[in-house]
Ligand binder design. Sequence first.
Ligand SMILES: N[C@@H](CCC(=O)N[C@@H](CSC=O)C(=O)NCC(=O)O)C(=O)O
Length: 281
Amino acid sequence: MSIEFIESHRCFSGALHFCRHQSEATGTPMRFSAYVPDGEGPFPVVTFLSGLTCTEENFTVKAGAYRRASALNLVVIAPDTSPRGEGVANDPAYDLGQGAGFYVDATEAPWAPHFRMESYIAKDLQQVVAENFPVDMKRQGITGHSMGGHGALTLALKYPDLFRSVSAFAPIVSPTRCPWGEKAFNAYLGADRETWKAHDATLLIEAGAAKGHYETILVDQGGADNFLEAQLKPELLEEACAKVGQKLVLRMHPGHDHSYYFIQTFIDDHLAFHAATLLAA
Ligand SMILES: N[C@@H](CCC(=O)N[C@@H](CSC=O)C(=O)NCC(=O)O)C(=O)O
């Protein structure tokens, strides 16, 4: 799969690349950023899935992840959150359409032709990263924020053959039970709520997905997050994990909001958490 390097920047002991490639899954060009430490590798990979309104740039410039990624010898990939372009469906609202792909493969018009973010992350991005960077694809972790936290949890649960570690920042833990998720799933997957269940982390855990595969799931959540009660509901994840004996470390941080200031406060812990699993024999 061919790739275009749009920009590259020296960063700590490594380089940050902004890349574009054609995706079979979305039928569009897709962008992502890749932080690559110096050296031959092969390095473990941590993928960060961003939230509503984000591109591949928000995490890259705001999270402050690369000093620790360099020290831990981790490649860090941050993809865009949806297909984009003039021929791609969109919606004026910030929580639907371009910038709001929700990491599912849409089945409904007008979204189905391009909004295939689950296949993009689980197939095309895998291939383009494997072919173009010094990576060990058998050592991958996944994390994300808010809508991207939902993406990280659900894709980790659905693709345990790809990922060894999973964490999240302020994730939407049960999109079938919050306004953001209900709106997006209704649009992308249709009105039949049965089809939604395969994309809800709490329901996947309760159904036994990836049971025993992830020793611990790490979740950080700000206590002063505006979206906590209505959209994020970490207590539902706690209940689901307790039901099936999945170890969850849910850290509540009083005073922290939903912003990238929260993410940059705890990103080092998440990278260390992933490295501990990915660098183990
Ligand atoms: N109304 C806001 C909502 C957008 C927002 O807060 N986006 C978050 C993710 S929310 C869940 O997925 C975000 O990461 N924003 C980008 C950033 O750089 O902070 C709005 O329209 O801005």
